[in-house]
Design a protein around this ligand. Structure first.
Ligand SMILES: Nc1ncnc2c1ncn2[C@@H]1O[C@H](COP(=O)(O)OP(=O)(O)OP(=O)(O)O)[C@@H](O)[C@H]1O
Ligand SMILES: Nc1ncnc2c1ncn2[C@@H]1O[C@H](COP(=O)(O)OP(=O)(O)OP(=O)(O)O)[C@@H](O)[C@H]1O
Ligand SMILES: [Mg+2]
Ligand SMILES: [Mg+2]
Lengths: 160, 165, 160, 165
């Protein structure tokens, strides 16, 4: 059980580092056991250094940088242990336009492994989706599922 | 592909029976503030056995039953059905398709069902064991909580890694 | 001191109710002393009912609805006791397009009382600003203030 | 109008002396993730007397001093100057213009100044009394914290009202 955790941890660590570099376009990240002598019980430390910046406490990272770091870690976990589906509720809220692009292209990379349901207000994220569901409340207080039209698109997703 | 569809009936703002089908790839759910998108996420967590009303943004579990609106009376129960495609055999079941459902009546009576047959919460949890899916799984990220992994104390993060390992 | 608090509280309450109606296009809100017999020490309860919806615990509100309710309360406080300036860091992150409009028009309404510094990724919020500062990191890790160009505008703000 | 300008020098990612002027109306600060926008907000709170490194996202107060980058050495100190227009007489001062500044050296030495004269933190707090401005004031809403008023327990909210009353 100790070896099994250690193996899985190594795999997540490698994938996290790769995903971080993809999402940040460089930089360096790591995930470490606080006490390698006690791998089944010790805490887990996260290190994240965006490209060109000095390594510092992850608490000092910006809102968007924290989001990308977490997404990198989660995708790292997914790649080493694919989860059949993921539901992401407004995970792109803190991201600027360029990072929303990178976020969405990383999701695309995972489509052979996983299925994603994303809730978003971002037109860019909507444009990258395969299927779009709209939810409205024409009748106040009562939710209803409906079709969504999305102009300005080259390839239209299936509108459900 | 894994999630096939979800049906909400009387769950939070979904007064009427409403179905969402899921395909392969990325499904985006969009709409104005307060229209019910996060309520769908709550529905998935609830049907998979979420026990804490607080983590579903309510004070009591009865808060998930449609409370009525200007034009509608309150509902008498809340029901959610979640259907999985199990051809890959990831779920502990022999069936190609598995439906988990949960219903809660105003009286407080509540029931879980697996492919239509009454079961216990424990059976739902057993079904999902080792799939990385479930109430505490890393695979559902709620609104506003994406940074949680970074804030959590180092021991708190362990749970995510253990779930994944 | 008890009367002074009670008066200020009544004023904030009235302004909050008005701001809520403006931001939600209707509905009803209130702010109450949990124990009116003990006004200087008791807790404060907030009630918020968006238009057409059943009154419920504010915890059940959506992310965007919570943002608008908080903004209404803050603007209520401002109106009854104008703060010389307010700094709002990505307060519009959870809002949809229509609510970003309403949020910005409410800010406009306060300009005789207050000065606002808003940090945002929203083009709409940028378009409503009087002055735009851009911050960049051309040199990685080093912040620099610079001018911002903003196309597609009818009335261009002063670009600093 | 009240805020006139802020100057950051060696504060967090602002290695070079950088000035922002504020006019009447709405000033928007924009830029990519991580470029330094929230650091400007931290600078305002820091110069007005914020004592908690944690609430400025750091572990120690020295974390606000520019730590260097790939192309730059770390700075020896962090300094912020904030200038107010006081013609309306809201601040407890006879001056038409009031500048509050704070500097922190790597050695740990630190100083507050009021219009260039060394002063104590207490003097800065006295200056801002009853203006609704200050470290705990309701007038600065940090990133991700807009819902705090709603989440805070009913007694926690009192502080906002007392500040305003
Ligand atoms: N039991 C219930 N009965 C009726 N309405 C409910 C119930 N529970 C929650 N709601 C309503 O659902 C709405 C919130 O829905 P939800 O959180 O899904 O919105 P959302 O689409 O995610 O919005 P946002 O984009 O702002 O996050 C609230 O207005 C709330 O009043
Ligand atoms: N002492 C310091 N020295 C150098 N860089 C620092 C220091 N403290 C913080 N930083 C850097 O500042 C950056 C964060 O800046 P800030 O939070 O202002 O970003 P932001 O523009 O608000 O971004 P976002 O849009 O994502 O919120 C981080 O990358 C962090 O590493
Ligand atoms: Mg939501
Ligand atoms: Mg920020």
């Amino acid at each position: 059980s100790r070896t099994r955790f250690a193996e899985a941890f190594e795999q997540i660590r490698a994938q996290f580092q790769e995903m971080f570099r993809k999402l940040f376009g460089g930089g360096k990240a790591d995930v470490l056991l606080e006490d390698p002598a006690n791998p089944l019980e010790c805490g887990i430390e996260i290190i994240a250094r965006p490209p060109g910046k000095e390594p510092q406490s992850i608490s000092l990272l910006s809102g968007g940088e924290k989001t990308l770091t977490t997404v990198a870690l989660l995708m790292g976990v997914f790649k080493s242990r694919p989860s059949p589906f993921a539901i992401l509720d407004e995970v792109d809220a803190a991201l600027d336009e360029a990072n929303i692009e990178r976020f969405n292209s990383v999701l695309q990379e995972f489509l052979s492994h996983s299925q994603f349901v994303v809730i978003t207000h971002s037109k860019r994220t909507m444009a990258c989706a395969d299927v779009l569901y709209g939810v409205t409340m024409e009748e106040p207080g009562v939710s209803k599922r409906m079709s969504v039209r999305f102009e300005e698109r080259v390839e239209t997703p299936i509108v459900a | 592909m894994f999630l096939k569809r979800i049906i909400l009936h009387g769950f939070k703002s979904f007064a009427d029976r409403t179905e969402f089908e899921f395909g392969a790839g990325v499904t985006a759910v969009v709409g104005p503030n307060g229209c019910g998108k996060s309520n769908v996420v709550d529905a998935v967590r609830w049907v998979l056995g979420e026990q804490s009303a607080r983590s579903l943004r309510g004070d009591r579990m009865a808060d998930v039953i449609f409370a009525g609106s200007r034009s509608r009376k309150p509902a008498g129960f809340a029901e959610v059905q979640l259907t999985f495609d199990n051809r890959a055999g990831l779920l502990r079941s022999d069936e190609d398709e598995v439906t988990v459902s949960r219903v809660l009546y105003r009286s407080g009576e509540s029931e879980y069902r697996l492919n239509g047959n009454a079961c216990r919460l424990r059976d739902v949890r057993e079904l999902l064991m080792d799939t990385g899916v479930g109430v505490d799984a890393y695979s559902i990220i709620e609104q506003g909580r994406v940074d949680l992994l970074l804030q959590a104390n180092p021991l708190g993060r362990r749970e995510i890694f253990e779930e994944a390992a």
